[in-house]
Design a protein around this ligand. Sequence first.
Ligand code: NAG
Ligand code: NAG
Ligand code: NAG
Ligand code: NAG
Length: 476
Amino acid sequence: MSFWIFLILSLNILCDAQMQEHYLISMVDESESFETFFQDGRMIMKKYKPTWESLDSRPLPQWYDDAKFGIFIHWGVFSVPSFGSEWFWNNWKDEKDIKYHDFMEKNYPPNFTYQEFAKDFTAEFFNATQWSELFEASGAKYVVLTSKHHEGYTLWPSKYSFSWNSVDVGPHRNLIGELANAIRKETNLKFGLYHSLYEWYNPLYLHDKENNFTTDIFATQKTIPELHELIDLFKPEVIWSDGDWEPTDSYWKSKEFLAWLYNDSPIKDTVVVNDRWGMNIPCNHGDFYTCTDRYNPGVLQAHKWENCMTIDRKSWGYRRNAVLNDYLTLKELVKELIVSVSCGGNLLMNVGPTKDGIIAPIFEERLRGMGKWLALNGEAIYNSKPWSTQNDTLNGDVWYTQSKNRQKLYANVLSWPIDNILQLGSIMLSHNYKVFLLGHDEELVWKQESNSVKISLPANHHRGQPAWVLRINFSQ
Ligand SMILES: *[C@@H]1O[C@H](CO)[C@@H](O)[C@H](O)[C@H]1NC(C)=O
Ligand SMILES: *[C@@H]1O[C@H](CO)[C@@H](O)[C@H](O)[C@H]1NC(C)=O
Ligand SMILES: *[C@@H]1O[C@H](CO)[C@@H](O)[C@H](O)[C@H]1NC(C)=O
Ligand SMILES: *[C@@H]1O[C@H](CO)[C@@H](O)[C@H](O)[C@H]1NC(C)=O
């Protein structure tokens, strides 16, 4: 591994009951990553240090790379006006767009406040069991729910958000608790939480901001304790951080928080976090990178990443006045998944439930459609890894993935060739290779030419499918 360039020996007494009164020697490797603890000459633990170098050395928990597909849920007080987007409050107050001002003037009494929307966040049809069944049917392997968006309203009874949470005002229910329990009881999905570090109008945050973040009352007395509370109560296996960009990671105490998360939290072995932990951190640090919303680079990435996008092209929160054309089609969604996975990413696909707790049939239709496609073609997606080539050199509508043991190559076909002959330039087939179309029993006939292979597809197989998968068996 690495040389011990610099050692600090110190004596600590562990509070842990089992180890009480044993002297512990800890060594800090200044060159890079860990603080390593020895007891009676044996290494007993390695601890991450609150530096990005150390935190970045943590191996990605395997479940996340294998999962490939998750569902994102944006739900909160913004689901009440359900107009514009989940940024409603900010767009209205900062008058970024006159349409919010007009909407309020026309539909609400003068001086109506954003807080007054909360009592109409009723969730009377919210059935966590039903949601869980739907998410499982979508083929997703994890869900990520907004525990708190930039408005500050918490979907659990947080003691750090007195009277601005889902038990004190609105549904009078612990929405996170209900969904976490149902997901864990009814499905094998992992349960994750989105959390906004900042809050647009929290006076403590505005105070720190006014001081150019030379004070950190909000971060130390609101954000960090709240994150600990969330973990303590719900043990989320994804922490999807956001709202990070105004101050630095030092202001947020992100590195210290993550070191605790990785070393000592109850979810230290399985939790994954994204990259939104302070100014300039996204796309540079974290278990997986999200970079920007809807990030889908189309080329292989060196670090694990996630394409977070939303079925409604214009909003993450529910919009009552969305039209059919605003929703991505199933074909477009399957394409997002295939291209992302081919390039080493996961897809986190968002739905916005209504204020009364319904996932509208248009979202349901898309989710079940994904599940149906994955039920047949999932072997090209789940547990797969990127191949040496992503999209085919002759046919850019074909994207490759491979099985972990490299025995099977998958060609994910986004458009069916008119003459039913698929011509590929990135693969060279030997006589003993076999080519199958998933869902079709017979082996396909193919012909290797000098610069391409021509594969005869079964003519009637393509109707109604959003995409097709060819499996090429390398062995026998
Ligand atoms: C709205 O607030 C303004 C400023 O506080 C006040 O002058 C006005 O009377 C209020 N209007 C109503 C209808 O309460
Ligand atoms: C919630 O949905 C499940 C599954 O559809 C159903 O069995 C159950 O009765 C529902 N619960 C309530 C309170 O409606
Ligand atoms: C914050 O920074 C601005 C611009 O550099 C400066 O004008 C202002 O005085 C600073 N405020 C405080 C409280 O430090
Ligand atoms: C493959 O994808 C890349 C990036 O999305 C694109 O620039 C390139 O043109 C594609 N190749 C073909 C053959 O279409």
